[in-house]
Design a protein around this ligand. Structure first.
Ligand code: GLN
Length: 486
């Protein structure tokens, strides 16, 4: 059941916010021992929030749009008074004194916080295996990763441990786990949603977005979190359209571009390719026109990203020096020793790898060869998209080259892990809105994700086409064994 239907039931008093919250807390108690989507469950606060909503309803107050809807929040979004760890020893004891803009808007809209979800350390990774607090598991098969970095937020939705959740996407961290867990994940246009209170990874790429069981529910969350924020200077001032109303607009005549380079990838699993092409055919049946387009620089995205993102990360993570906040090594001697030891002990291997790569790429002798060159290629990638959007409305690709992989499959080989983001990264580099939604299952019964990419601020069109596909395809009803493994 979707948010709109719950809202109706709550308004009519057919269910109470407390019952809906307790249902999800019970589900967490039953399955999170296996899934480990949550780092912290805020049960007491959730019940108090829900009771307040129920009291307001009884008093006849008008209820805000997300009143009583239980949500989970990625643990790199600051929640006042509630630990925000980024799955790092460095921030294990950090309790923010302020609330992120996006979460503040959700609470103002009446949503209930169930807890904070697991991620790869500082959102660096594609499997949650770099979390300092242990990985999350894929609800479809606990032997498989849920994807990352927002793996906990995706798994929580897939396992029914919340109605929807928030994640962040720097190179694919919403869309890739959404694909692996068989849920909807939406990265809006860069700047559509405020980053205030999102712990910075790569500031020119980071964007917050929703996970949900349906496209309509992602529209519900985006409606609340999108829009101008004076506290984030990169947040766009563009007015927020009615995303929910956009869903039902007809899609007949929309031109959908299939990016040739994506379908020619060497590592593209044939079952993923077949499912995505079948989805394209289904869009054609809905009246869309399919067009083959070329983005010649698409495949350079990954190399470009792995210079730009670590460079920005190395600067952003310089603040964890053991002095101002975060982990501090004990008995460390001089200030320099204390900083060095605090960072050595507080950060995990992947974070250190990124800091080293980024520091190198920005160093005086190499900045032109690496960082500046990467910025130039980034511009070329954006121009490829501009050219494509001169002839089509939306672009279609697989979200990931494969379905969810096994634990440990790539953890010894960072480059193999980085390839998981091959198809998602270009939209971040160009700042474009992109959604992943389920389009089928592989022979092991693992979900396959379809990615739709829109032009700048074309969130309405992305949601509209995704919604029509979802309604026509009914993918979740097609899974051979309809039961989750958990
Ligand atoms: N997996 C990518 C990385 O490791 C993307 C992460 C993200 O989007 N936060 O950098």
């Amino acid at each position: 059941m979707g948010i709109a239907a719950w809202r109706e039931q709550l308004r009519k008093g057919e269910i109470s916010a407390r019952e809906l919250t307790d249902h999800h807390l019970a589900r967490i108690a039953a399955v999170d021992g296996t899934v480990h989507a949550y780092l912290e469950v805020t049960a007491e606060r959730a019940r108090a929030d829900a009771d307040r909503i129920d009291a307001a309803r009884s008093a006849g107050d008008a209820l805000p749009p997300l009143a009583g809807i239980p949500l989970a929040i990625k643990d790199n979004l600051c929640t006042k008074g509630i630990a925000t760890t980024c799955s790092s020893r460095m921030l294990e004891t950090f309790v923010p004194p302020y609330e992120s803009t996006v979460t503040e808007r959700l609470w103002q809209a009446g949503a209930v916080l169930l807890g904070k979800t697991n991620l790869d350390e500082f959102a660096m990774g594609s499997s949650t295996e770099t979390s300092a607090f242990g990985p999350s598991r894929n609800p479809w098969n606990p032997e498989r990763v849920p994807g990352g970095s927002s793996g906990g937020s995706a798994a929580a939705v897939a396992a029914g441990e919340c109605i929807a959740s928030l994640g962040s996407d720097t190179g694919g961290s919403i869309r890739q786990p959404a694909a692996f867990c068989g849920v909807v994940g939406f990265k809006p246009t860069y700047g559509r949603v405020s980053r205030w209170g999102l712990v910075a990874f790569a500031s020119s790429l980071d964007q917050v977005g929703p996970f949900s069981a349906s496209v309509a529910d992602s529209a519900e969350l985006l409606q609340v979190i999108a829009g101008e924020d004076p506290r984030d200077s990169t947040c766009l001032k563009a007015p927020v359209p009615d995303y929910r109303a956009a869903l039902e607009r007809p899609v007949k005549g929309l031109r959908v571009g299939l990016i040739r380079e994506c379908f020619e990838q060497e590592g593209l699993d044939p079952t993923v390719k077949a499912a995505v092409l079948a989805a394209a055919t289904q869009l054609e049946a809905l009246g869309c026109e399919l067009v083959e387009v070329s983005c010649p620089r698409f495949n350079t995205g990954i190399a470009t990203y792995y210079v730009i993102a670590p460079s920005e990360a190395s600067a952003n993570l310089a603040r964890y020096d053991g002095v101002k906040y975060g982990y501090r090594a004990a008995d460390a001697g001089s200030l320099a020793d204390m900083t060095a030891r605090s960072r050595s002990e507080g950060f995990g291997d992947e974070v250190k790898r990124r800091i080293l790569i980024g520091t190198y790429a920005l160093s005086a002798g190499y900045v032109d060869a690496y960082y500046k060159k990467a910025q130039q290629v980034r511009t070329l990638i954006r121009r490829d998209f501009d050219a494509a959007f001169s002839s089509v409305d939306l672009l279609l690709t697989p979200t990931t080259p494969t379905t969810a992989f096994a634990f440990g499959a790539h953890s010894e080989d960072p480059l193999a892990m980085y390839l998981a983001d091959l198809l998602t990264i270009p939209a971040n580099l160009a700042g474009l809105p992109a959604i992943s939604l389920p389009c089928g299952f592989d022979p092991q019964g693992l979900p396959i994700g379809l990615q739709l990419i829109g032009n700048v601020l074309a969130e309405e069109q992305v949601l509209q086409l995704a919604h029509h596909y979802e309604q026509a395809a009914q993918v979740m009803a097609q899974r051979p064994e309809a039961e989750l493994a958990v």
